[in-house]
Ligand binder design. Structure first.
Ligand code: NZQ
Ligand code: ZN
Length: 386
């Protein structure tokens, strides 16, 4: 295990009827805020009404920024920064999924920064200062509610890039699983795949002696396998929604990463697919994860793929190659059982785009730490997934 500093600072209010905690979390931080949400699901849920009632009762001045799209856009971030500056807003509240929360993080970092907020994503600027952030989560998947990551799409350059800073962790997040009852079937399934993928990106590590991290990861994978299908069958099953919501936070709040090197090649590749096609992130991951596994599992001296096949899917056998292959087949079958497509050509990718996509994915260097992938490696994975 490697050295690490444990720091997960977000206060989480988890469970039914926890939204009222906004009543003291916001007034102690600011009297003028930006309230950010997507295209209307929070109005149908009643969350909008409840949040605005709390703000009014506590005499909090607020501006709204609505219409944040899935695969959130840089233009929307710039609009949020403008609103904060014009109205002297001192706090940013997100109500929605990862797209709304990531936008809020980029806005929070962009307000005190004099340059273009895209600089944070290209690595031309570091985050040194932010407005404080709070979130009300309405869909499980990204873990953005507890982490310091934001992923934003620049439609002009067709790039979808991430920034990471502990300063971007929300001060607090409200996680009421009943808010996710209305999440549509496909989005629920995409969320489960996203959680599953976050765990795998950290599970497949070149670092030896990570027994405790590996066993925690396996518990979280089991939770996805058990409760993902239940949430699809019974959308109003509180326990299934609660298990998934908390797993999504634990999968990407840093817990699994401490003490080890992690991979993230599949995410780097998927973000390019989303940038080009606007496909839902979890759907892209369902297609690419098995293709990545098939490619990198051929070179696995530490036997991580054997562990995965045996511990997660209960596969035994003397022939290592056959065990690994079955583990990957089981993964594919699980994603298919959630209704996920399995080919890039089914989500709008053209074969003629694959070479340029591969070049763009490695533009700042090879991707992946479990196995480093260059342009040709990435191209082969894309082609195999096509
Ligand atoms: O626009 P609204 O009305 O909010 O509708 C959303 C949207 O259409 C809808 N939705 C949300 N809550 C709902 C609901 N519909 C009905 N009932 C509810 N309770 O769901 C749709 C998708 O929302 P979105 O926020 O895009 O989903 P998700 O949470 O999966 O976020 C995906 C984004 O997060 C990024 C992804 O790349 C993608 O851009 N990621 C962020 C990460 C992070 N910050 O750590 C890590 C991830 O790997 C990921 O890259
Ligand atoms: Zn993800």
């Amino acid at each position: 295990m490697e050295n690490f500093t444990y720091a997960i600072s977000t206060r989480v209010y988890f469970g039914r009827d926890t939204l009222h905690n906004l009543e003291f979390e916001i007034p102690k931080r600011a009297s003028r805020i930006l309230f950010v949400y997507g295209s209307g699901s929070i109005k149908r849920l009643g969350v909008y009404e409840e949040v605005t009632a709390i703000l009014k009762t506590h005499h909090i001045q607020y501006q709204e920024l609505s219409g944040v799209q899935p695969n959130p856009r840089l233009d929307t971030v710039k609009e949020g920064i403008r609103l904060c500056r014009d109205h002297d807003l001192r706090f940013v509240l997100a109500a929605g999924g990862g797209s709304v929360i990531d936008s809020v993080k980029a806005i929070a970092a962009g307000v005190p920064y004099k340059g273009d907020p895209w600089d944070f994503f290209t690595g031309n600027a570091q985050v040194h200062n932010t407005l404080p952030i709070g979130t009300v989560l309405t869909v499980a998947g990204t873990g953005s509610e507890m982490n310091g990551n934001a992923v934003i799409t620049n439609t002009t350059s067709q790039q979808k890039l991430a920034v990471r800073s502990d300063l971007l962790r929300p001060q607090f997040s409200i996680l009421d699983p009943s808010f996710t009852f209305t999440v549509p079937r496909e989005q629920t399934a995409a969320g489960v795949v996203d959680i599953f993928s976050h765990i795998l990106e950290q599970y497949f590590s070149p670092t030896p002696d990570t027994y405790v991290q590996d066993r925690i990861s396996e518990s979280l994978l089991y939770t996805c396998m058990k409760y993902g299908p239940i949430a699809l069958r019974e959308p109003n099953n509180y326990n299934a929604r609660a298990q998934l919501m908390w797993t999504s936070s634990l999968a990407l709040n840093g817990l699994l990463t401490y003490g080890k090197i992690t991979d993230w090649a599949t995410h780097a590749i998927e973000h390019k697919v989303s940038a080009v096609t606007d496909v839902t992130h979890g759907i892209g991951l369902a297609i690419l994860t098995p293709a990545w596994m098939e490619y990198v599992s051929k070179d696995d001296p530490a036997g991580r793929f054997i562990d995965y096949a045996q511990h997660i899917w209960g596969i035994d056998g003397r022939k290592k190659e056959a065990v690994v292959k079955k583990g990957i087949e089981k993964t594919k079958a699980f994603f298919a059982s959630l209704g996920m497509p399995s080919r890039l050509k089914d989500v709008g990718v053209q074969e003629s785009q694959l070479r340029d996509m591969a070049a763009s994915i490695v533009a700042s260097g090879d991707v992946g730490k479990f196995r480093r992938l260059n342009e040709d490696n990435v191209y082969t994975i894309l082609k195999n997934a096509y």
